[in-house]
Design a protein around this ligand. Structure first.
Ligand code: FAD
Length: 139
């Protein structure tokens, strides 16, 4: 399957990036090794997230999940990215699944990896949430 952009990790940064990328008309896939929400989902209490003085991490990230799913059906949970290979301007992503998602090709715009991800030996680098926004608007 071919995409213009693959976002790895459905934490708050990955969800935000997906919403903005899809709204910008970029063919995007979001891959998440767990159930989504990232570190925020396992936090018992998130305080001072704008709009919420205090909310449990799982409640907040379920709202994020519902929000992003209005924009994209191409969000895949329980898919762990194992390897990223770069061939000229094409990235080939290999994951721990035997489905068609085992090999994805992200063309043109490349790959985003939220900062906690550790696939750094590949030709990609982690993005902070604010960089994600800057990066999307640059396209
Ligand atoms: C206990 C606790 C309390 C916190 N309290 C607050 C608070 O009150 N307010 C606040 O603003 N912040 C709080 N935070 C911080 C907040 O949770 C993080 O800043 C936020 O989750 C970072 O989001 P992220 O999307 O950048 O990364 P993450 O949340 O780390 O998400 C990264 C995602 O990538 C996925 N992933 C990693 N590797 C792969 C792979 N190879 N293939 C596929 N998927 C992969 C992970 O499963 C994860 O879902 C708290 C964090 C914790 C742990």
């Amino acid at each position: 399957m071919n995409y213009e952009l693959a976002i790895i990790g459905a934490g708050p940064a990955g969800y935000s990036a997906t919403i903005y990328a899809v709204r910008a008309g970029i063919k995007t896939v979001l891959l998440e090794k767990g159930f989504g929400g990232g570190l925020a989902a396992i936090s018992p209490n998130i305080e001072n997230y704008p709009g919420f003085e205090s909310i449990s991490g799982i409640d907040l990230t379920e709202k994020m999940k519902a929000h992003v799913s209005k924009y994209s059906n191409d969000i895949h949970y329980n898919v762990e990215v194992k390897k990223i290979k770069k061939d000229k301007d094409i990235f080939i992503i290999e994951a721990n699944t035997t489905s068609q998602l085992a090999e994805l090709i992200a063309k043109k715009t490349g790959i985003m990896i939220p900062k906690q991800n550790r696939l750094l030996k590949y030709d990609v680098r982690p993005f902070t949430k604010s960089e994600v926004f800057r990066w999307i608007y640059r396209i």
